[in-house]
Ligand binder design. Structure first.
Ligand SMILES: [Zn+2]
Length: 232
């Protein structure tokens, strides 16, 4: 899954507003971020598989560290611990926020489960491999990705608050980049090599995280003051 992960992050932002959308964008794609790094390190492997369906042209035959269920739970716990111990002065609802970050990491595996063909291992490569295989249906996959992203946007926009406003132009930039990247991945030429895929994956996820943090900036004191004058 691709757009759906970001839809989940947008919705989860409103479940716990103190977490930056940038943090949630990285958390929701942490398993894919690690996958890119592990491919470059040679710890995990993927190969091209000719197929007329562009969603099925990569065979994920070896990625238990990043994409097993056990791995996803472990990475979720690690991300929650990292968030919890990150220096901050805002410690209200802190462990709940940390748990939300961990759940966001785990949500990646659950959404991947819907779309992947059975290649997601429970633990190691010899364990059972799961996947409901939505990717076999190109049109349906695109529809589900767009719907989950749209639902995330609706939640993000409707549950805004004065302290956590929506910045429409910035949000539009983020959404446009997401949709354009997804369209290019389906309609564009296949990537030239596995290292290119890994590097592009890492750069994209980190850049989108930074962009989401920029798009989701909490209201400044000046904006809050201006806002309260306007509502008065
Ligand atoms: Zn994934």
């Amino acid at each position: 899954m691709f757009l759906g992960h970001y839809g989940a992050a947008l919705a989860l932002k409103r479940a716990e507003p103190k977490i930056s959308l940038g943090t949630l964008f990285i958390a929701t794609q942490l398993l894919d971020l690690l996958w890119g790094a592990f491919l470059l390190l040679g710890w995990e492997h993927v190969r091209f598989l000719p197929d007329s369906n562009p969603l099925l042209t990569l065979q994920f035959y070896d990625y238990p560290i990043s994409h097993s269920l056990v791995g996803a739970i472990a990475w979720g716990l690690a991300a929650a611990a990292l968030y919890y111990s990150w220096p901050t002065r805002d410690v209200t609802r802190h462990w709940q926020a940390a748990a939300m970050v961990g759940a966001t990491v785990l949500s990646h595996w659950l959404l991947d489960l819907v779309v992947h063909v059975p290649d997601l291992p429970l633990a190691g490569n010899d364990s059972a491999k799961l996947g409901l295989g939505l990717w076999r249906h190109l049109g349906l996959s695109v529809a589900v990705e767009l719907i989950v992203l749209a639902l995330g946007i609706v939640v993000y926009v409707s549950w805004r608050s004065r302290r956590h406003p929506v910045r429409p132009v910035r949000l539009a930039v983020v959404v446009l980049i997401l949709v354009a990247t997804y369209a290019a991945s389906i309609l564009g030429p296949p990537p030239p090599s596995i290292p290119t895929i890994a590097a592009a994956d890492i750069i994209f996820i980190l850049a989108l995280g930074l962009l989401a943090g920029w798009a989701d900036r909490a209201a400044t004191p000046a904006e809050l003051a201006a806002g309260s004058r306007a509502t008065r």
